[in-house]
Design a binder for this molecule. Sequence first.
Ligand code: ADP
Ligand code: MG
Ligand code: MG
Length: 873
Amino acid sequence: MIKKYVYLFSEGKGSMKELLGGKGANLAEMTILGMPVPQGFTISTEACTHYYENGKKIDPTIEKEIFDTLLKIEDITGKKFGDTKNPLLISVRSGSRASMPGMMDTILNLGLNDEVVEGVAELTGNKRFAYDSYRRFIQMFSDVVMGIPKHSFEKIIDEIKLKKGVSLDTDLDDNDLKEMVTLFKAHYKKQKGADFPSDPKQQLIESVKAVFRSWENPRAVYYRRMNDIPSCWGTAVNVQSMVFGNMGNDSGTGVAFTRNPATGEKKLYGEYLINAQGEDVVAGIRTPNPIDTLETVMPDLYNQFVDIASKLEKHYKDMQDMEFTIEKGKLYMLQTRNGKRTAAAALKIACDLVEEGMISKENAIKMVDPKQLDSLLHPQFEAVALKAAKEIGSALPASPGAACGQVVFTADDAVKFHNEGKKVILVRLETSPEDIAGMHVAQGILTVRGGMTSHAAVVARGMGTCCIAGCGEISIHEEEKYFKLGGLNIKEGDFISLDGSTGKIYGEQIKTVEASISGYFKILMSWADEFRTLKICTNADTPKDAKQAIEYGAEGIGLCRTEHMFFDSDRIKAMREMIVSKTEAQRRAALDKLLPMQRGDFEELYEAMGGLPVTIRYLDPPLHEFLPHSDEDIKVLAKEIGIDFNELKGIVVSLHEFNPMMGHRGCRLAVSYPEIAEMQTRAVIEAAINVVKKHPDWNIVPEIMIPLIGEVKEFQYVKETVVSVADDLIKNSGISLRYKVGTMVEIPRACLTADEIAKEADFFSFGTNDLTQMAFGFSRDDAGNFLEHYYSKKIYEQDPFAKLDQVGVGKLIEMSVKLGKQVKPDLKIGICGEHGGDPSSIEFCHKQGLDYVSCSPFRVPIARLAAAQAALK
Ligand code: ADP
Ligand code: MG
Ligand code: MG
């Protein structure tokens, strides 16, 4: 049997997303549900994969299947493709498994040529409409398929308008549009050196290829990297008979959500335009009307639409994002999908749907994207500061959150400022997919044009970035890099603040405050806690971080990095003194200064954690971060510790390492200088004793973590120091205190010999930052410089420091868990690298049977939800 690559909408169904893409599967599902869908077919994602495997060619048998299926559409519609009497016009739409808004391009009105357009004019009795459709088609086809920029056509339109002395498109008549077509085709010929393709079949095949090609365009590749979408999925192509929203005042087009995508409010939400084609609404060229007003304009159609919307929501059991078109008083559904929404809306909708009995708690948990919560965990404007601030304008609150930053006018400048460590607000006339990198780094986005469903709004909500859209009051000068609003002249680099929840714009910096977990957020988190089995700990070095993490639901500290406690200016001196000591006596003297500071810090940390587990990682200072560099600093330190400048300089030079990341750090320091581990043990145990004395009911069990172990004897050596000091202190205190000594697993050799290490260690914690660095053999501080080349050449799709490399580093983890548990079945195992806060890595940790993940305080709620989702999978 030959493989099938093309499916009529009536042959597919909603569950076939992998094969038909999201759009195709949902068009099929709506067809099954008997909803008014213009009929068509879907060329499968497998055809896309085949195209790439076939040297970027469409196989003749697939081409034949496409045209055979087109014949069936002709039967269904009673129209004929390329016919001059009763022509079938089609749209060509991309659609991958996961929705990638604005990433791929759609071609409308395909099938027109000089003869067919006359047929359309005759049939509809509307020559203006026929030529308007034709010129749009030439423009889209040239742009999407042939790469001739859209704006080069806009220029021609402007010239015609100027010649005629009119300002609006609607002022142009049929003859003007016909002339426009002639000029467009001439422009095409000049650019391409060939005539505009008049054969509809050729138009179709070229368009299909263009959709396949667009899967690899840089915007799509970037979006996939940001959203963990593998490039092997490919995209499907939907070929659909056209319906026309631009046939007069009884026609129109719109988009709507079954609930408010910004707040989650249960109320139909959307926009439409009368006498317009689909693109006009999304592109933000004309400002559309709110959907409610359709009720007075076309009451019957409005009710029909409301009915369909509610059916779709019940059917998919989720908020729907729909596109529709009205052609001469008849409603057509062009798309439905689970709508993108803000984090706040996602939480409210998930809770409401449980309340309404539509879904279970488990499904509510699965419905919310953990990464999205990030936007709720960051600062909001401080109420008092906000009240005092002067509003300079307002527009549509397109994506909530508070943003304050310096104004930039291009995506490139946004990236540039960002790389200089500045916070930016991207101000644009309107955004387009090319702006995505700039939007990604911006605190907030402000556009002059466009509605709630414009590109800027949709993308910003997806990213959880604050956005205000459609601020028509702004007079913007992108080239000269300034804008005017509310009587102010705001230049590049000036500060403004945006409130994405109210749509208000402020010409100044406004103080922000931390977020908190309450309301729907709290409810969903409590459900997540019911289902997850992984414990969630936090990486915290200060009581402030620890408190924040507890507020966000952390169940302990998985990693306290002790060297971070010494960066303060008054402490770094003692630390430096310790590092440059030449004799043990000198070093002990310096350590004596460090001891009370460290003990005090630990006491505060234990207090802040209220008896929850705390894992303290022993000193792991890359020496270059602590040494004085300039002569100036060396002079100060020399004076401080009373040695000669030149002598100290000599020491500093001798301590220089060629590769500090692989240098004298971690347990290696404690091997050379056991007195360091002695001091730290003293600090940990004395602090614990002191706190237990104050809170006898707290079950404090200090967990001491030795970093950078690669050999069990290393571990034994340091552990001996720890045990002898600790046991002595405990004995003398008269308090019975238990403690654990474990290791950070971050050197590949430790993974390979995990069974031996497990005999000695009470726990393992994967330090996946170093483990990734050591496994790949590239420095995490330098990898940024060349990883881009790896992405563009498809060697790596992801940054292995952000997303755990499950194939390689994951295998090391798997091996360590297996070897470790062979020796000690109840060995406690966790992860404390950056990956501990990444949802897909958390799922991996769950599968490996880890006990806990530890992540930064702001990631704790994300990890709670991700862990619950992993448990429910
Ligand atoms: P996107 O994924 O970017 O939303 P779509 O494929 O949905 O792209 O198409 C873009 C616009 O074209 C939509 O607004 C849709 O309404 C319109 N459109 C697509 N196909 C048709 C059609 N067969 N008839 C009328 N309008 C269409
Ligand atoms: Mg769409
Ligand atoms: Mg490390």
